[in-house]
Ligand binder design. Sequence first.
Ligand code: SF4
Ligand code: SF4
Length: 158
Amino acid sequence: MSIVKPFKALKHLAKHPHTVRYPYQKHTDIEGTDLPTERYRGFHSNNIETCIGCQLCAKVCPANAITYVKIENAGKKGLKWRPVIDYGRCCYCGFCTDICPTKSLILTPRYELVTEKIEEFKFIPTLQVREKKDKAIDISEVIFSPEEYKPPQEKAKD
Ligand code: SF4
Ligand code: SF4
């Protein structure tokens, strides 16, 4: 082992760290917001009007994080299955958005969610997640229809 090596580390003392002191500091690459880059993988957004309820997103999910609820009049008339994401399980891999045939499901750069209730980490992603870019998610806005929420073990059968 070289005796010079420990001294090489000293040059890093004068450099700025690559990390930030979250939550006191944030990466703010998207202008005018507290959000990181456009390609950052945060919470999902789903256009429930163009989603066809095909359930491919749940089939490819390696974390088993996607279940479904029936929503009245989403798209065409009647009850339609739409995805619910469990953020206690999701690893933000993006497989579900890659396979989505209608591209209704995307990942947004939003990543902050403040709640005391563990069940509120499961929500039906809607367009609001995409549109409100400036701050942490307000859970009352993204839970589309909490009374229709079904726990993860109840998967859609049709
Ligand atoms: S989000 Fe996409 S993949 Fe998932 S059910 Fe809707 S259309 Fe199908
Ligand atoms: S991003 Fe990956 S882990 Fe998260 S819901 Fe989609 S497929 Fe599952």
